[in-house]
Design a protein around this ligand. Sequence first.
Ligand code: SF4
Ligand code: SF4
Length: 418
Amino acid sequence: MAIKDLIDHSPKRRSFLKTIAAGAAGALIPAAAAPARPTQTYPSAQAAHPAAIRKNDMVYRRLGRTGLYVSEISLGGSPLPDERLLFQLIERGINYIDTSDSYENGNCERKVGRLFKAVGRDKIFIHARFHLQGPWTEASLIASVEGSLRRLATDYTDVLGIHGLEKAEHLTDERILGAFEKLRAQGKCRFRGLTCHVNQHAVIPKAVESGLYDMVQIGYNVFDIQETEKEVKTYSDYLGESGIRKLIDLAHGRDVGITAMKVLKVGGRRQDVAADKTEGTTIYQAMLKWALENEKLSAVVTEILNDQEMKEDLDVVGRPLTTKERQMLHAHVAANAGSTCHLCGLCQAACPAGIRTADISRCLAYFESYGKRSRARAEYAKLRPAASGCRDCRACERACPYGISVRERTRRAQGMLA
Ligand code: SF4
Ligand code: SF4
């Protein structure tokens, strides 16, 4: 398909695609160089580097100051597909995989390790992570990363991230910074990053402003913007000065790379909403396109588990959202917004009993929407204090800017997951 065929009537998308076209003329995708050991040299100006380049059927976007060019559709590792499909996805141009030792009990990392052996370490960028669970110390974080590297069969990770960071004060915790620095000094990680589901509005601005983090992975989807046919509520309408688009603007302004997860957020399982289609485009494709039209995002990290999902997700590469597809999204949001939790964490912060209502909600989504039943139960079992300690005070519901019936979700989770 020629680049000109990809350009639609959206001025914003058009200019981005022109940039891609310019990059496609001769730019090469930077390979993962030998692990840049401790001292990173960052590109001095964004303007000197194209925002995106196209090679074959994939568009690669610059991951902020890491300077890595990552496939705009990238792969989440919880879970990864079988190895046949994984190889095919790499052949189709995906070059960035999100891994964690908690995914598939370490088997996600082992699978990526076998992939490295088969296709070469330099063909894929990875974002490996450590968890802040239990009585963690600098030494335990380092040991955890070393375990991940062994399973990954590599001696370095491109990005090393904190998994599911919720507390902004941890951004500058000496144990964490010490672990990062020791691992970087040994050439075991190239860049620092983090993922954040809950409390993004508090964590991300501080991560960006600290200057310590090269990339962040956030939850971002059409429900977070509450875009409907009648109105587009901006971030400031419901998350104050720290709303989601503002977070993205902030990170981009400081050349911090941003990837998006939880983009495919629907009120049911992926296969159950195939009826939501327009002009041959599924609701999932529309959601992916909607996220990717924000050119400040480097990639959407998504799970692809079968041939149909591969086709569905890779078919959106370089293709803008059409007017009709946007209308389909508006209708979907209007029909489902009332029951969609955004994992903002505000209910959890308001609970006098410390009940982790946002995490409970996330576990419920794993169980009901993503079909990840054992992971949902395992993560639910770790949450403290237990939901049974609820005092029925409704503070969580008063705090929820989306009017979600938090207590009902919590009770449902207790019934299904306990
Ligand atoms: S109703 Fe229960 S979960 Fe909600 S804030 Fe009160 S104690 Fe916490
Ligand atoms: S229930 Fe409401 S306040 Fe709680 S995480 Fe979800 S959207 Fe945020």
